[in-house]
Design a binder for this molecule. Structure first.
Ligand SMILES: Nc1ncnc2c1ncn2[C@@H]1O[C@H](COP(=O)(O)OP(=O)(O)OP(=O)(O)O)[C@@H](O)[C@H]1O
Ligand SMILES: [Mg+2]
Length: 230
């Protein structure tokens, strides 16, 4: 049985009187790939932000690669996050005017490695996502699908065990979306644990596990917890 990358127990998140997440429990083991689905406002991004330690829960416990988030200072949590989690967003989050090579090299800023080495790894990672011919293109010179592949390269350059993607195909046409999904599958096959938030039923159905969330509650998980421990 593979060790958990992620363990949430009794996790709630409230914003004023809004319960964005209520009593969520989730165990994700190393090497899994799963979809988180649910209607708009259900709490998917809230859940992803808590999984990714960008946000702390109002109550409940979150463990990531064995560390309890509540036991860590903000500084230690940032360091753990940098080493453990890669993020991909619907809107790419690429800075204007920054060439792909440097955007991807920035994914290693935390490691304290020299720029030369970061650029060498960035070149390698851009080739891995099929963009070896676009190293010096800035975001406005790239297609949507290419921008998302740059963002994925930036997320995985440090080889994090966990990749979190919030609607990674939401801004893409279906063909570019399929290329991005194939890339996520490829990273999964190479050993990365991948969590994908999606509105797209076909995408959700194509992943090995589906977690459905509604009104802040996990209402269905295709992996029955007891079976996950078998
Ligand atoms: N910072 C905040 N302050 C107040 N309410 C918030 C905040 N962030 C989220 N919410 C509320 O919490 C609920 C869950 O939001 P969340 O962004 O997690 O939804 P979502 O499932 O990702 O929706 P979408 O599919 O539209 O992205 C929503 O009702 C939202 O209005
Ligand atoms: Mg969202």
């Amino acid at each position: 049985m593979k060790p958990p990358v992620l363990e949430l127990s009794g996790v709630s998140k409230t914003y004023g009187d809004v319960a964005a997440l209520a009593d969520a429990g989730l165990v994700v083991r190393r090497g899994e790939m799963l979809a988180i689905v649910g209607p708009s406002g259900a709490g998917k991004s809230t859940l992803l932000n808590i999984i990714g330690t960008l946000d702390r829960p109002t109550s409940g416990t979150v463990r990531i690669v064995g560390h309890s988030v509540a036991d860590l200072s903000d500084r230690r949590l940032s360091a753990l996050r940098a080493a453990t989690v890669g993020f991909v967003f619907q809107s790419f989050h690429l800075a204007a005017g920054v060439p792909a090579l440097d955007a991807v090299a920035d994914g290693l800023l935390y490691g304290g490695r020299p720029l030369r080495e970061r650029r060498r790894l960035a070149r390698h990672t851009l080739r891995r996502v099929g963009l070896g011919h676009r190293l010096y293109h800035e975001p406005h010179q790239l297609s949507g699908g290419e921008k998302q592949r740059v963002a994925i390269a930036r997320a995985v350059i440090g080889d994090p065990p966990l990749l979190l993607a919030d609607e990674p195909t939401g801004a893409l046409d279906s063909r570019s979306g399929a290329v991005v999904m194939e890339l996520l599958h490829e990273l999964h096959r190479a050993g990365t644990t991948v969590v994908v938030i999606t509105h797209d039923r076909d995408i959700a159905a194509s992943l090995p596990r589906e977690v459905r969330i509604k009104d802040g509650r996990i209402e269905h998980d295709s992996t029955v917890p007891e079976r996950a421990d078998a």
